[in-house]
Design a protein around this ligand. Structure first.
Ligand code: ATP
Ligand code: MG
Length: 415
C-alpha cells in the first residue's frame, strides 16, 4: 500500500462515528439544561498560549506539543487541550461571565501511541467560568457522574482531591521538596528532575520504588489553609447529597500546571493502564495569568475514544460496515425507474432504504442483498408494479409477506 496513516492517528469508521454521534447527543441532553452552550476554537494557536497556561513544567508542553512555524515565521502549536483556547476566546470576545461552555474538539499530543493513547484524539470538555462556590464543584462532578453513568462506563470510580491554593500550596510544596531532597538517592532520574521543576508531579511516577518512598511523603490535604479545607469539605458534602461514590486520593495531582483546590478524575477499571476517562478541576488563577481579571473557574474534559472503549468495548472500532435496513430489488428495466421513485417516497416516511440497481434475476439479486448485509428486501417486478402489492423478505429468517404500499409503509414505520 502506498499511503498509511501517520503513527498514532486513527480513522474513525462508520460504526464508531455512529457511536460518537449518540455520545454527543447524550452530552448535549445533559449539558443544555444546565446552561452550557457549545463553542469551537481554532485547531492551532500561538505556542506561547499553551506555554503560559498549560504550563512550562507540564508533560504536554515539555514533550508532547506539535509545535511548528508557519510561513510568516509565527511560532504555533496544534491544540493539545481545550481549556487555554476556551479561556482565550472568552477574554478575546469579551464573553459575559459567569458563562458555561462545552466543546467537542480534536487534540494533538506526541504521546507514545498505545491502546487508549493516540497522537490525535477527541475531547469533550465542559467549563464553568466565573463561579467559585464549592456547590459549583459538586454540581459539575454530579453532571460528570450522570453523564458517564448514562453512557454506561463499566466499573466507574471517581477520585477526588484538593491541591490547595496560593495561600497553602507554597508551604506544602516546600515540605514536599525537603522530603524529596532527603530521599533523592532513592528516587528515579525523572523524579529527581520533578523535585526541582514541579514537585507535585512525583505522585504521577509509575516506578514502584518511587511509589514506595512516596507513601511516607507529606500530603497537601494535611496542609490545606482553612479556606481550602472548608471548600473541600463543602464539595464532599455536596456529593453526599447525591450519594455519589468517590474515593479521596490525596496523591491525585493532575498533569496541568493551572489547577487549584478541587481536582477530580473519573476512571474505569475496564481500561487497564490508561484508566482515566475524564480529568478535571478548578483553575481559579488561569484567567488572571492570561492577562484577564481574577476569575474562578472549573472544568472537566474526557477522551471520546477512551469513553467509547470503556462503555462499548473494542467492537465499536470494528471495520464491519453497518447493514442496510431495506434494500429494493428491481427485476427488469421497467422496475428500475419505479424503484428510483419509490426510494424517495419511502425515505420521506423516515425509512432507511437503498436500491440494488445492478441488473440480474431474483436469485442473483438476493445474493447481492446478502453480501450487502440487507436486513429486509422488497422485490419489485412488473407484476408487483401492476398489482401494487410487493413481497417483503426478511433476509435473516427468510420469511416473506405480500404487502400493499400503505401496509408496507405502516409496517416499516412501526418496526
Ligand atoms: P494521561 O495521564 O492518561 O496522559 P492526561 O492527564 O494527559 O492523561 P488530560 O490532559 O486530563 O489527560 O486529558 C483529558 C482526557 O483526555 C484523559 O482523561 C483521556 O481520556 C483523554 N486523553 C488524554 N490524552 C490522550 C491521548 N493521547 N489519547 C487518547 N485520549 C487521551
Ligand atoms: Mg497525558
Amino acid at each position: 500500500m502506498k499511503f498509511r496513516r501517520v503513527k498514532g492517528t486513527r480513522d474513525v469508521l462508520p460504526r464508531e462515528a455512529a457511536a460518537r454521534r449518540e455520545l454527543e447527543e447524550k452530552v448535549f441532553e445533559l449539558l443544555a439544561p444546565a446552561g452550557f452552550h457549545p463553542v469551537l476554537t481554532p485547531t492551532f494557536e500561538h505556542y506561547e498560549l499553551y506555554k503560559r497556561s498549560t504550563g512550562e513544567s507540564s508533560d504536554i508542553v515539555i514533550k508532547e506539543m506539535y509545535r511548528f512555524q508557519d510561513m510568516g515565521g509565527r511560532d504555533l502549536a496544534l491544540r493539545p487541550e481545550g481549556t487555554p483556547s476556551v479561556m482565550r476566546a472568552v477574554l478575546e470576545n469579551s464573553i459575559k461571565l459567569p458563562a458555561r461552555l462545552w466543546y467537542v474538539m480534536p487534540m494533538f499530543r506526541q504521546d507514545k501511541p498505545q491502546k487508549g493513547r493516540y497522537r490525535e484524539h477527541t475531547q469533550i470538555g465542559a467549563e464553568i467560568i466565573g463561579e467559585g462556590d464549592p456547590q459549583i464543584d459538586a454540581e459539575l462532578v454530579k453532571i460528570g457522574f450522570d453523564l458517564f453513568t448514562s453512557i454506561g462506563i463499566h466499573e466507574m470510580f471517581i477520585e477526588l482531591n484538593s491541591i490547595g491554593c496560593r495561600e497553602c500550596r507554597p508551604g506544602y510544596i516546600k515540605k514536599l521538596k525537603d522530603f524529596l531532597v532527603q530521599h533523592a538517592d532513592e528516587l528515579c532520574d525523572d523524579c529527581r528532575l520533578r523535585a526541582e521543576r514541579n514537585p507535585l508531579r512525583v505522585f504521577d511516577c509509575k516506578q514502584k520504588s518511587c511509589q514506595r518512598i512516596l507513601s511516607d511523603a507529606p500530603l497537601q490535604t494535611d496542609y490545606l489553609c482553612p479556606g481550602c479545607a472548608d471548600h473541600f469539605s463543602q464539595v464532599k458534602a455536596g456529593l453526599d447529597i447525591f450519594q455519589i461514590p468517590y474515593e479521596e486520593n490525596p496523591r491525585l495531582v493532575r498533569g496541568l500546571d493551572y489547577y487549584s483546590r478541587t481536582v477530580v478524575e473519573f476512571k474505569s477499571r475496564e481500561l487497564g493502564a490508561q484508566d482515566t476517562v475524564c480529568g478535571g478541576g478548578r483553575y481559579d488563577y488561569l484567567m488572571q495569568e492570561m492577562g484577564g481579571p481574577a476569575t474562578p473557574a472549573i472544568g472537566f474534559a474526557f477522551g471520546v475514544e477512551r469513553a467509547l472503549l470503556a462503555s462499548r468495548g473494542e467492537d465499536v472500532f470494528s471495520s464491519v460496515q453497518p447493514g442496510i435496513p431495506l434494500l429494493l430489488l428491481p427485476l427488469g428495466d421497467k422496475a428500475k425507474p419505479y424503484c428510483l421513485d419509490l426510494l424517495f417516497k419511502l425515505r420521506e416516511k423516515g425509512i432507511g432504504v437503498q436500491a440494488e440497481f445492478r441488473s440480474g434475476g431474483l436469485s442473483r439479486q438476493l445474493k447481492r442483498a446478502d453480501s450487502r448485509n440487507a436486513e429486509k428486501v422488497l422485490i419489485v417486478g412488473d407484476k408487483e408494479i401492476e398489482s401494487g402489492s410487493f413481497i417483503v423478505r426478511d433476509m435473516g429468517t427468510g420469511e416473506q409477506e405480500e404487502l400493499t404500499f400503505d401496509e408496507l409503509i405502516s409496517g416499516l414505520v412501526n418496526t
